[in-house]
Design a protein. Structure first.
Length: 306
């Protein structure tokens, strides 16, 4: 069960960086106008050869990106952590720029004592990219296929309410959550054909659907509170998807997608809960790179002391 919980968490975290499109995500100007952005005490950028995940967990007050591409760094700085807090439903498409941005890999090691994980990975990383890579981007929006999660009149009669207490996940302080079973929105009673999403909100359900269906999901139910959602889905497909995401070695490749059988089973489970997934369109925000400078060996590894 613990392994399965971590699979779900891994899918959610990775999908936030990798899934194409952005639905209801924070704007690029995520901080209040003219709000000062903290500076890294020191930061080094070095070239690397093979994509790898960042060290987990990161040391407090330290940013360690692992070996990754510039588009992925942009995704987290301008999307997932843009506000200085984590928006797990945020993901963003990066386009434009020269061809090298997908093949040239870098790793960043920076120090900012007292700063949160999200602040370092969001506004502070954004400022660093704009400074060191001379990065300039613009935002574009278009309508894309999405699902609207809707409710019927008897939905609340079908949903078992969660009884008890749970601990909301705090991405800025994850070491405090060592027992996955105490975290809100975690899976329980897993078999090969399904599981319960325990102490989950409609937003938690949308997160699960975001990483498993063929298009993003927007909550239009208007329902608040925590419930126990029973989902009859082939759980081996989830493990397979997580393995595929972790094994992804080429930053230019899209993430693996769920099988048609999984998608069909997920939709059937949603219907049995008194909910529906209505195909519609929603805004997709993307970032277009207008200009960027490739770092050479002459301007790498330069400590930034502020």
């Amino acid at each position: 069960m613990v392994k399965f919980t971590l699979v779900i968490a891994a899918l959610a975290a990775l999908a936030s960086l990798l899934v194409l499109g952005i639905i209801d995500a924070p704007p690029l100007s995520a901080l209040p106008p003219n709000a000062p952005v903290p500076k890294f005490l020191s930061a080094t950028i070095t070239p690397c050869q093979a994509f790898q995940r960042r060290p987990v967990p990161e040391s407090p007050g330290r940013l360690q990106t692992g070996c990754t591409s510039l588009p992925r760094l942009i995704q987290q700085a301008y999307g997932l952590f843009a506000t200085g807090h984590t928006n797990p439903l945020s993901s963003i498409t990066v386009s434009g720029g020269p061809t090298w941005i997908n093949s040239a890999l870098y790793q960043i090691n920076a120090e900012a004592p007292g700063q949160t994980h999200a602040m370092m990975n969001g506004p502070m990383l954004r400022a660093l990219l704009e400074d060191r890579f001379q990065l300039k981007v613009r935002r574009e929006t278009e309508d894309v296929p999405v699902y609207a999660l809707t409710a019927s009149k008897d939905t609340l009669k079908r949903l078992p309410p969660f009884q008890g207490t749970c601990m909301p996940w705090d991405s800025d302080d994850p070491p405090n959550h060592r027992d996955p079973n105490q975290i809100c929105g975690t899976p329980r009673n897993m078999t090969g054909n399904g599981f319960d999403l325990n102490a989950a909100t409609m937003a938690d359900l949308c997160m699960f659907l975001l990483v498993t269906l063929d298009r993003p999901v927007i909550d239009k139910t208007g329902i608040t509170g925590r419930f126990v959602f029973h989902l009859d889905v082939p759980t081996e497909d989830l493990r397979h998807q997580a393995r595929g995401l972790f094994a992804l070695s080429n930053p230019a490749l899209p993430p693996p997608v769920s099988t048609p059988a999984f998608i069909s089973a997920a939709k059937d489970s949603i219907n049995r809960l008194g909910l529906d997934l209505e195909p519609t369109t929603g805004p997709k925000e993307s970032l277009v790179i207008d200009s960027v400078a490739r770092l050479s060996y002459d301007n790498l590894d330069i400590p930034l002391i502020r």
